[in-house]
Design a protein. Structure first.
Length: 95
């Protein structure tokens, strides 16, 4: 394991986290306007989950260390999205 491979998997995990949680946010916002909320919810869930799991399996290359690095990056992506959304909400409240 080199530093480049660890960093690249950490970065890829963060990108997957941003993808997953941004998709979740878009789905929840879209529930108010859609005619088929169940289809939107289940479709979004399965697409996001399958993309993330397939990407994790590809990035793991059969090594648990790589999987752990990807999951750590995924959690960093979650934190980044939640902080970004919190900042956007605060800006929307202030005139």
């Amino acid at each position: 394991m080199t530093a480049v491979s660890i960093f690249s998997r950490l970065l890829a995990g963060a990108a997957l986290g941003v993808f997953f949680y941004t998709g979740l946010w878009v789905t929840v916002r879209g529930l108010l306007t859609t005619r088929h909320p169940t289809l939107l919810t289940l479709g979004s869930f399965w697409i996001r989950t399958l993309v993330v799991l397939a990407s994790f399996l590809f990035l793991m290359r059969g090594r648990w260390q790589y999987a752990l690095t990807c999951v750590a990056g995924f959690m960093m992506g979650r934190v980044a999205v939640s902080k970004s959304l919190r900042v956007q909400a605060a800006r929307a409240k202030c005139p």
